[in-house]
Design a protein around this ligand. Structure first.
Ligand SMILES: Nc1ncnc2c1ncn2[C@@H]1O[C@H](COP(=O)(O)OP(=O)(O)O)[C@@H](O)[C@H]1O
Ligand SMILES: [Mg+2]
Length: 257
């Protein structure tokens, strides 16, 4: 798919935690990260604990907790490095983890409605949105009562994943960034993620996906086009599923510079 247009690119990104005091600036956590995603491609970024995966996810989200010290992020031809979260979302960047998993008194469908309004400026009625979600619920294997559940009802890991995938389906992003930070995902939850991504891509073949994960099993389920290994704030190896196989055999140690 190398002839498809560049959808998203991260160029030599350096970032560190934001501090408020005047003390010495903390060291960069991201130390020159590069990544290019073309339309329709699925990329997985794997890395050991502490390599900077969550920091990368936070920077893609424009979290105020981190500051980009150099480098840039491009999306659909625009330099979005300084864009705030909501503007990125409106432009078609879906950041699964940006949505709080628990909000008191808000149902799944109310939340979707508000997110859709922010993303596309479309104000669907709850009834219209209910119709739009019915097909997806079937495809994602969700019970039809799911959309009336409250986000604070104590979703299981699998339900949180369904919720996230449902948002991705309804919001129709051009690029979905999914950060599997949740350490408690079982194989069923991983299958939901993989199946959800496949179903949404079947509808939107040009959607790009960046999946940040430490779950090797997820790669087996999803079979991404590109696999990247991240060590100490950089991508140190890129390839196809053979990279995942090498990881399986010799771990991250063999990728350390
Ligand atoms: N806000 C922060 N302040 C100080 N150090 C941080 C902060 N966030 C992350 N770090 C450090 O940066 C490194 C990378 O963290 P993180 O991005 O969470 O890694 P990963 O998600 O790959 O496990 C770790 O050593 C972590 O302790
Ligand atoms: Mg993390």
């Amino acid at each position: 798919m190398s002839d498809s247009p560049t959808l998203f690119a991260v160029h030599d990104l350096h970032a560190r935690p934001t501090t408020e005091d005047d003390g010495p600036a903390p060291a960069d956590i991201l130390k020159g990260l590069n990544l290019t995603v073309n339309a329709g491609e699925v990329h997985a970024i794997m890395g050991p604990n502490g390599c900077g995966k969550s920091t990368l996810a936070s920077c893609l989200l424009a979290s105020p907790e981190y500051e980009v010290t150099s480098g840039r992020i491009e999306f659909k031809g625009d330099d979005i490095t300084d864009w705030p979260t909501d503007v990125r979302a409106k432009a078609g960047l879906f950041l699964g983890f940006q949505y709080p998993q628990e909000i008191a008194g808000v149902s799944v469908i109310q939340f979707l409605r508000q997110a859709l309004s922010a993303r596309k400026g479309i104000d669907l009625s709850v009834l219209e949105l209910r119709l739009a979600t019915m097909d997806w619920m079937k495809r994602l294997g969700m019970d039809s009562s799911f959309v009336d559940r409250y986000l604070n009802e104590g979703f299981s890991g699998g339900e949180k994943k369904r919720n996230e995938i449902m948002q991705m389906a309804i919001l129709e992003p051009d690029l979905a960034v999914l950060d599997e930070t949740d350490s408690g995902l079982d194989i069923d939850a991983l299958r939901i993620v993989a199946k959800g991504i496949r179903e949404v891509r079947a509808d939107r073949p040009t959607m790009g996906v960046v999946l940040i994960t430490h779950y090797q099993r997820l790669l087996d389920e999803l079979a991404p086009d590109h696999v990247h290994v991240m060590v100490d704030g950089r991508i140190v190896a890129s390839g196809g599923m053979e990279i995942a196989e090498k990881l399986e055999v010799s771990g991250y140690e063999s990728f350390r510079p």
